[in-house]
Design a protein around this ligand. Sequence first.
Ligand code: NAD
Ligand code: TYD
Length: 328
Amino acid sequence: MKLLVCGGAGFIGSNFVRQRVEEHGDEVTVLDKLTYAGRRENLEGVPHAFVHGAIEDPAAVAEAIEGAEAVVNFAAETHVDRSIAEPDAFVKTHALGTFVLLEGARERGLRYLQVSTDEVYGSIEEGSFTEESPLEPSSPYSATKTGADLLVQSYTRTFGMETVICRGSNNYGPFQYPEKLIPLMILNAFSGDPLPVYGDGQQVRNWLYVRDFCSGIGHVLAHGEAGEVYNVGGPDECTNLEVVERIVELTGADPSLITYVEDRPGHDRRYSLGSEKVRALGWEAQVRFEQGLEETVAWYRENPGWWEPIRSGDYREYYERQYGSSLG
Ligand code: NAD
Ligand code: TYD
C-alpha cells in the first residue's frame, strides 16, 4: 500500500512508519513540519520519501499526497502543558491543518485516518469511556483535537468521504520526546535530577505501548468502517506516582529525588478507555505495562546519542520555563 503519513517524524508516527515498512512492505511518504518534536533521526534506517512542510500548507500537501492510496494523520502539537502556555500552534495545526489535509484527501477520493486521543472525552472517575461517551475536553490540546475529530466526521456525513478516527490512550516507548511523563522521569533519574510529580501524583493514566497503538491503527486503517471512531486503550492503568516509583526502581535512582510540584491547571484525574470495538476487528494489545516500561528504560539507556542533543538544546529552555531552574 502507498501511504501518506503526516507527522511521521514524531514519536508515534515514526514507530508507525517503521512498522508499516518493515512488517507490511508499505511504501510511505512522510509529510512533517519538523517542529521541536519532529526529528529526521527518528526514521534513520527506514526507507521512505520525505516532504518537509506543514499540513496547513496546501502546496506541501499537494506535493506529498501524489500517488498515495490513503492518508494517516499524526501531525499535531501534543503536549498539554505547552497548550496551556502557548495554545496558538494547537489551534492552527489541529483546526486549519486537519481541514487542508482533509480537502487534499477528498479531492483525490482517498481513505483518511485521523489519529486522536482519549483526552477528547475528558476525565472519568469510574469505569471506561466508550466511543459513545460525550466529548468533554479540558485543555486547549484536547479541545482542538476534539474540533479536528468533529471536522473529520463531518467530511463523511457531508461529502461521503471514507474517514476513520482512532483514539489512543497514553503511549510510551522508544523515541518519545522527554517533555512527556515517562521519558522525562527516566532521563532525570539517569542524571540524578529531581522527579517533578504534579499535585498529589494520584492521577491515573491508561498506558499503551507505542507499537500496540501502531498495530491498532493498522487494524482500523484496513478494516474500520467509514465514519466510525475506534478507541485503542492500553492493558494497564496506574497512578503517576506508581509509574515514577517503578522508574526509580528500574534506574536505581534515589527515591528522595521525587519532588511534588504545583499541579497542572485543569488536570484530568483519570483516563480509561474501553477497546471492545477495535478488538472486534482482531486487535489485541501485546505488551503489558511492566514489560513495556522495562524495555523503554533499556532503550533510553542504550540510546544516549538520541536524547543527549535534545536535552542540551531548546528543551533546556522549555524545561526551565516549565519547572524553574531550581529543579536542575
Ligand atoms: P509528537 O509531538 O512526538 O509528534 C508530532 C509530529 O507532528 C512531529 O513530528 C511534528 O513535527 C509534526 N507536526 C506538528 N505540527 C505539524 C504540522 N502543522 N504539519 C506537519 N507536521 C506537524 O507526537 P506523538 O506523541 O507522536 O503524537 C502523534 C499523534 O498521536 C497526535 O495526533 C496525538 O494527538 C496522538 N496521540 C498521542 C498520544 C500520546 O500519548 N503521545 C496518545 C494518543 C494520541
Ligand atoms: P503527560 O505525559 O504530559 O501526558 P498527558 O497529560 O497527555 O496525560 O502527563 C502524564 C501524566 O503525568 C499527567 O497526569 C501529568 C503528569 N506529569 C507529572 O506529574 N509531572 C510531569 O513532569 C509531567 C510531564 C507530567
